[in-house]
Design a protein around this ligand. Sequence first.
Ligand code: UTP
Length: 289
Amino acid sequence: MIKKAIIPAAGFGTRFLPATKAQPKEMLPIIDTPTIQYVVQEAVDSGIEDILIISGKGKRSIEDHFDRNFELETRLAEKEDEMLHELRRLSDMANIHFVRQKELNGLGDAIYYARHHVGNEPFAVLLGDTIMDSVIPVTQQLMDTFETYRCSVIAVETVPTDKVNRYGIVGGKELSDSIMQLETLVEKPALGQAPSNLAIAGRYILTPEIFRMIEQTPKGKGGEIQLTDAMLLLLSRENVYSHRIEGKRHDIGNKLDFLKTTVEFALKRKEFEKPFLAFLKEVIQQYEQ
Ligand code: UTP
């Protein structure tokens, strides 16, 4: 059973500047809920009891968000505001711990900070800037595959063949419609040279052997320690599987994806569905004229 999850959330968020100059991209809200709260909720819904968030410079608001705010709670209690229960639920979601990544040396380095907390057991990784929209929580889907193979499992999603050069792409032997035993991983392959059109999608189950692999991983692209490079090393030691997720990935660190996610999530909310759809139709009509 996987009981621990790591949420890396220390990155600069340069793709979302200037909004991310003084606030974490993981706190950018989709409607009224910060991105990282959706991520924590997915972990909790998958049965995770213990979460370690990899934090860093300028990320204090993430800690405050999952902490109690007694002054605010007292004020809401006086006003008998329903939001009080939501705020209390938020601070009781799971055992949430924090560790600071001192220098931003990449995702592999961020995960290495979790080694003492994780110990010698497999664990889940959920990128703090990526929301999954699915019926069965995506981390739960990966855990089910882990239970079968007892090896690391990477979430992947199908991407258009002419866009494979934007992603980390997996290749290997197909075991079923959704599972592949990996033979290779390629970061941003040239068009026509990708081993598949399955892209790494921001969720992982990793065995603790990954920490030894990160230690041996030299700095790669951008002078950073890339998790994909460490996973390639892991692949030479252990079996690694990919699981094609049922659901949709939203990368909030990308401005266009952020806008699309806001629109899709707003249309799913009962209170906004009708007025927001009417508004969108009006806007489209104006543009078409
Ligand atoms: P990204 O590569 O999307 O984050 O990492 P970034 O570096 O902040 O992005 P840009 O390109 O500058 O906009 C995915 C997740 O991993 C975390 C990020 O916070 C994000 O949630 N991360 C990345 C770390 O925790 N540490 C790092 O050194 C890099």
